[in-house]
Ligand binder design. Structure first.
Ligand code: OMP
Length: 270
């Protein structure tokens, strides 16, 4: 089963396009709760509400020498039938990318990864060669500074277009195995619609709702395909740190359920 098939199966089983982001901030853990228990409890509380989990490596790497242990632990807590995406934003010269891909896919066993397209095709090739994994290329990111480069006009065969559209065009061209998706921030709903029209059936990973201010309705309406699918709508802090107290797992479930239902309402599956 390839990444898209696994994702669609999980999305259908849980009737959900919600991707829960595991970005644990250890300063926000409830008193007396170990990180392992926090991660396991959040996953156990939300596993029937999501289409995927996205594990942000930064929060694990910040833990120092035990980071790999916690990454492995988080990966193992994610049920086998739910895609686990490594949010690592990797890519480098070929042999370095090969080592990154091996670490994420073989050592850690993730189903997908986020990658940065700035270094071009050969820097992404070692990831794309894992044809059963999902490769999410940063396209129009959610952060305020994303326009610095991503909106610059560049000259292509299609004429003068913003760089993020050129990235989407290249990603579509490289997508011979059907395993490439794009990261599109929910904070730019118009651009999201532009890319959905440019790439009608590509997978879009959409972060930026909630704390970053992206609108859920626009994310769903502009980000899903004609069938109301092929989008993963990510939320991290709003779910995993919904409560800083002992009821954190229960509150994370409530937040995830509410978000899943809002998303479904806007895709007509409420
Ligand atoms: P919350 O704002 O807490 O929901 O977290 C958003 C998550 O999505 C973080 O893990 C970010 O690193 C990630 N993200 C963005 O926020 N914006 C982007 O444009 C791309 C990503 C990403 O690649 O996941």
């Amino acid at each position: 089963m390839n990444f898209t098939q696994k994702l669609q199966k999980a999305a259908a089983a849980n009737n959900s396009l919600l991707c829960v982001g595991l970005d644990p901030d250890t300063s926000l853990l409830p008193e007396g709760i170990r990180l392992e228990d926090f991660i396991r409890s959040i996953i156990d509380a939300t596993r029937d509400l999501v289409c995927a989990y996205k594990v942000n490596f930064a929060f694990f790497e910040a833990l120092g020498k035990s980071s790999f242990y916690y990454l492995e632990y988080a990966r193992q807590c994610i049920p086998a039938d739910i895609p686990a995406i490594a949010d690592a934003k990797r890519a480098d010269i070929g042999n370095t990318s090969k080592a990154y891909a091996s670490a994420v896919f073989e050592q850690l066993g993730f189903d997908g990864i986020t990658v940065n397209p700035y270094m071009g095709r050969d820097s992404l090739a070692p990831f794309i060669e894992y044809t059963d994994r999902g490769i999410f290329v940063l396209c129009r990111t959610s952060n305020p500074g994303s326009a610095d480069f991503q909106n610059l006009e560049v000259t292509t065969r299609e004429g003068c277009i913003p760089l993020y559209r050129a990235v989407a065009g290249k990603a579509a061209e490289w997508n011979r195995h059907g395993n490439i998706g794009l990261v599109m921030g929910a904070t730019h709903p118009d651009e999201l619609g532009v890319i959905r029209r440019q790439c009608p059936d590509m997978l879009l990973l959409i972060p930026g709702i909630g704390t970053q201010g992206g609108d859920i309705r626009m994310a769903v309406e502009n980000g899903t395909n004609r069938q109301g699918e092929m989008a993963l709508i990510n939320s991290s802090r709003q779910i995993i740190h919904a409560s800083l107290k002992a009821d954190f797992a229960e509150k994370s479930r409530e937040a995830a359920l509410s978000l899943k239902e809002q998303i479904n309402c806007f895709r007509g599956r409420g």
